[in-house]
Every structure is written in structure tokens, then in C-alpha cells.
Design a protein around this ligand. Structure first.
Ligand code: PEP
Ligand code: MN
Length: 368
């Protein structure tokens, strides 16, 4: 069961003390308090875990600090959508808003290689008023002898260049909890010229200790990739690990499933699950067409297949697109064949914007 307190209830008020005292004394029930800082107000949610079936919903709703009570199912307690659940979706981070209705594009380098390429990429994004990008510093690679990313060595110039071009959020995969500190220290030292969304890659979706460590910090939101060989339910539970540790600012990313049946694509595109994840949870949903399709080949209609896959996801209501671009894909150290080139950026962004508008129009057809 979940008790949502009146917005901005002070934690040192009598109403709060009285309410918590009552809830903490319920037999067989443990209490977990979550604070959510929204754009306008602070929300406090009190989760009642354990033996809650016999609890009287009305009695709890009548407690002085409680605004309303929701009976939640066991699945995805914090991130899930439950019956009569009108809680907000999404969050604002470093001035950029993320929810289940809007759309942000994160075009950028799969892996940071040279300062020049970072500069060209970010300058192009700034020219198109894009506040977000992707930049890989820590790369999990199949082959131990492949380039593993420049690691913390590249962070200063990546963050400084981002600041110079007004980039506010960089999606950056981390593969170890120590990377959170490396990123945080570097940002702090530079005076926080930009922000970072911590990315959990598909190979780490069920790395529970990493998820817990990321969930324990609330400074950075998280982009969690779906596991490429597990069920959707298992991946959504992985997202819930982050929330259960305290960080519910999570975006869920579909990136295709590993199966021979997807060939000649790198992974089987799974963007039919965009609306499904939005129905089951309150997370904004991201799509990664680059790692799904795995090639920048164009279809006979002249449109890159990566863009066709993007269109499928965005028309179905995706809220974020993570896509590989590179100024010189032939020189890219990771995933060059799937990177779109800079000349393709304007059409790509326009196409994404048109698909998002079409999703909004489609939605009105079904509104009673
Ligand atoms: C990536 O986004 O760079 C990446 C490695 O993706 P995934 O974890 O989905 O393979
Ligand atoms: Mn990649």
C-alpha cells in the first residue's frame, strides 16, 4: 500500500510525526519513505510493505498528513502504474524535462575518441538547439582486446566542450560504481558545466550490485537498457532495483533483442513494447535504433534503416531517442558501421519531430 502525503508536508510537523508514528506501529508492516522533488513541489510517498491486505485504506487516508492512498500490486511497486494511480511520470534534470509525453533526442558518439570529434558533434547539436547528447567513456566490449573507452581521461574535455555548447545532459554508460565518483569529481572540479545521465548497458541490466549502487545516489538520473536476452518483466524489475534503493528518476531503453531471427539487423527491433512499458510503468521510454539495427544502410526509399526504426518507436510514443552519429564513422573506434554522418543530422531531427507530432495527433483519435 502507498500513502501519498499532502505536497510540501514539513518533516518536522506534528501532522507528519503523528502519521508516521501510526504507520510504523502497524503490525507486520514496514515503512519506507520516498521523497520526490518536482518542479513546483516536494512529494512524500510512504510505502507500506509486508502484510498490508487487512489494512483499512480509509483509516490511513484519514491520517493528518495523508492526501490519498493507493493499493499497489507487488510488481514494480515504485515505478509501476497501479489502479487509481494518478502519480506523475517523469522528472526534470539540469533544466531538461523527461516524461511519458515529451521527447528528447540524444544523438552523439557511441565512444569518445578524439577531442576534435567531440567538438564537431556538440557544435552540430548546438546549431540545432539540442540540449542532450550521448558520449561513451567506459565501453563494455565483447572482446577483451578491443578498445575499452578512454575512461576518466576524456571526461574533462567532454564536459568542458558540452558546457561551451550549452549541452545540458550527456547519457554516459558506466560499468562500475567507481565511475559515478569519477564523473562526479570531474563535474565538480569544472564547476558543473553540464549534467550526466548514468547509462546501464544491456550487459549489466541484471548486475544487481551495480544497480543498487546507482540507485543509492540521487544526483544523476539513470537510463537503463533492457537486457538483450531476458524477459521484459525481468528488465522492468531491474529498473525497480534502482527505485527501491531511492532513485526513481529512471528512463527505460529498448535496444533490440539478441536473436539470429533479427538478421541482417544486429538485434531484433522491439519497439512494439514502447506503449507496453508506458502502460505497465510510469517511466519515460527511450529507444536505441542504432544498436537495434546496427547499420547505416539506406532503404530504396532513401531513408536510413536506423531512421525507419526510429520512426516506429517515436510514432508509438517513445520519449527519448539514443542514436549514434560520428563525423568520420570509418575512423570510429566502436560501432562505426551503424553511426549516421553529420550531414544526416538535420533530416533525422526533423523526421523525429514530425513522427512525434504524428503520435500526438494519433492520440487525439482515441480520446473520447
Ligand atoms: C551503447 O549504447 O553504447 C551500448 C553499448 O548499448 P547496449 O548496452 O544496448 O549494447
Ligand atoms: Mn555501441
Amino acid at each position: 500500500m502507498l500513502a501519498i502525503l499532502h505536497p510540501d508536508t514539513p518533516l518536522d510537523s506534528d501532522a507528519y510525526r503523528h502519521t508516521l508514528q501510526f504507520l510504523e506501529n502497524l503490525p507486520g508492516v514496514s515503512v519506507r519513505v520516498h521523497e520526490i522533488q518536482g518542479a513546483q513541489q516536494k512529494l512524500t510517498e510512504v510505502y507500506l510493505l509486508g502484510d498490508t491486505k487487512s489494512l483499512d485504506k480509509d483509516e490511513i487516508a484519514a491520517l493528518p498528513a495523508v492526501e490519498r492512498v493507493i493499493r499497489i500490486s507487488d510488481d514494480y511497486r515504485i515505478l509501476g502504474r497501479h489502479r487509481d494511480d494518478r502519480r506523475q511520470t517523469g522528472f526534470t534534470y539540469n533544466g531538461v524535462h523527461f516524461d511519458q509525453d515529451n521527447l528528447n533526442v540524444f544523438a552523439g558518439l557511441c565512444a569518445v575518441d578524439t577531442p576534435e570529434h567531440v567538438e564537431i558533434m556538440m557544435r552540430a547539436l548546438a546549431e540545432h538547439h539540442q540540449p542532450c547528447t550521448r558520449m561513451g567513456a567506459y565501453k563494455p566490449r565483447t572482446n577483451p582486446y578491443s578498445f575499452q573507452g578512454h575512461g576518466k581521461g576524456c571526461l574533462p574535455y567532454v564536459f568542458e566542450t558540452a558546457g561551451k555548447h550549452g549541452i545540458r545532459v550527456i547519457a554516459m554508460e558506466i560499468t562500475h560504481e567507481s565511475h559515478i565518483e569519477e564523473i562526479d569529481e570531474c563535474l565538480e572540479k569544472l564547476g558543473r558545466p553540464t549534467g550526466v545521465m548514468l547509462q546501464v548497458g544491456t550487459r549489466n541490466t541484471q548486475n544487481f550490485e551495480l544497480l543498487k549502487a546507482i540507485g543509492r545516489q540521487k544526483d544523476y538520473p539513470v537510463l537503463l537498457k533492457r537486457g538483450f536476452g531476458i524477459t521484459l518483466n525481468e528488465s522492468l524489475n531491474a529498473a525497480e532495483y534502482l527505485a527501491s534503493e531511492g532513485n526513481a528518476n529512471v528512463i527505460f531503453c529498448l535496444r533490440g533483442m539478441k536473436t539470429e531471427a533479427g538478421q541482417p539487423h544486429r538485434n531484433m527491433v522491439d519497439f512494439a513494447h514502447v506503449p507496453t512499458v508506458k502502460r505497465l510503468t510510469r517511466m519515460p521510454v527511450c529507444i536505441d535504433p542504432s544498436h537495434s539495427v546496427g547499420t547505416r544502410e539506406r532503404a530504396p526509399d532513401g531513408i536510413p534503416e536506423v531512421m525507419h526504426a526510429t520512426a516506429q518507436g517515436v510514432i508509438a510514443g517513445a520519449n527519448m531517442v539514443l542514436v549514434d552519429f560520428h563525423p568520420k564513422p570509418e575512423k570510429a573506434l566502436v560501432d562505426g558501421p551503424q553511426a549516421l554522418v553529420m550531414d544526416e543530422l538535420p533530416a533525422y531531427l526533423e523526421d523525429v519531430a514530425q513522427c512525434h507530432e504524428l503520435w500526438k495527433k494519433r492520440r487525439t483519435l482515441y480520446q473520447a
